[in-house]
Design a protein around this ligand. Structure first.
Ligand code: LMR
Length: 314
């Protein structure tokens, strides 16, 4: 009987998000995992790989993790998720990370170009949208094979705060956040529902405004609590949802920083919108009908991402 080839997932960065990604990937049996980091972190990636493999009997999963400091092990990955880079600390913006993380991205993207040019690549490093731009340019990846993770995370935060405010099941919350991964992101209240009922009929305006504000600052709230770093469970779960949709051709519609070619009036630019992800990578960009106020908010978000992208010198 013909056997499907086991998929390979390359995780670049062995920190908190990388470890969570590795665990989720094998628990979901997505394929075998290579957890890569630089030689100084060899013990960390080898340790996390061994730790995860040792617990495989508990859940009975057959995927394996290897910890590596050699890009040759990443070669041929079907999916690559990049978490390499420095997280922000309290008082910092994501944009403050541009210089330090761009340096790291240059190396990572160059190695992807050399070792895994056919992979579907998901970026998690900040400032997210600008890093996606740099990654795409340096690695020379096709437009449909590069995305930024943040829309899934921002939308999940929005849904979580809505469910908490109503005391209702998260399963009945339908919501969407558009735009860049920054304080100007656009939670689309008018398009959001709980059990099919518009959000505006369920939550008073002042409470909704507070939820929108908290969503926009969701990452900073965690940075303030963690003190030494930023979110890791959410970014990991969000990236895995995208990877899974690609690997198993699920064709899920997920918000992602994806290459726009005229949609939303934006061209040749990575920006957060709903896309369909399947075996062909980003197979479709979905256009949401916006009113004038929403268009103005989205433009503001676009302008602020553009400002950061313009600082990227390659
Ligand atoms: C997040 O939103 O959690 C990440 O972008 C990390 C951060 O610095 O906020």
């Amino acid at each position: 009987m013909a056997q499907n080839r086991k998929k390979k997932i390359g995780l670049i960065g062995g920190g908190q998000i990388g470890g969570n990604l590795a665990l989720l990937a094998v628990q979901k049996n997505l394929g075998d995992v290579v957890l890569y980091d630089i030689p100084a972190a060899e013990g960390l990636v080898k340790g996390k790989a061994l730790d995860i493999n040792q617990l495989s009997a508990v859940d009975g999963y057959d995927s394996r993790v290897i910890g590596s400091t050699d890009w040759k092990d990443v070669a041929g990955s079907d999916v690559i998720i990049i978490t390499a880079g420095v997280p922000r600390k309290p008082g910092m913006t994501r944009e403050d990370l541009l210089d330090v993380n761009l340096k790291i991205m240059r190396d990572v993207a160059g190695n992807i170009k050399q070792h895994a040019p056919n992979a579907f690549v998901i970026n998690v490093a900040n400032p997210l949208d600008a890093m996606v731009y740099a990654l795409h340019k340096i690695a020379g990846l096709p437009d449909n094979m590069v995305v930024g993770m943040a829309g899934v995370l921002d939308t999940s935060r929005f849904k979580c705060f809505v469910a908490e405010a109503l005391g209702s099941s998260i399963r009945d919350v339908e919501a969407l956040v558009l735009g860049g991964h920054g304080d100007d992101m656009v939670p689309l209240v008018r398009h959001s529902t709980v059990g099919g009922v518009p959000l505006t009929q369920l939550i008073a305006k002042d409470k909704l405004d507070a939820i929108i504000d908290r969503t926009r600052k969701g990452g900073a709230e965690l940075v303030g609590l963690y003190k030494t770093g930023s979110a890791y469970f959410g970014p990991a779960a969000s990236s895995i949802a995208m990877a899974e949709s690609f690997l198993f051709d699920r064709k899920r519609v997920l918000p992602a920083a994806a290459m726009l070619k005229g949609q939303y009036g934006i061209s040749d630019f990575f920006f957060g919108v709903p896309v369909q992800i399947g075996a062909g990578g980003v197979e479709k960009v979905i256009t949401v009908e916006l009113n004038d106020a929403e268009k103005a908010e989205l433009k503001k978000s676009y302008e602020s991402v553009k400002q950061t992208v313009e600082l990227v010198k390659l």
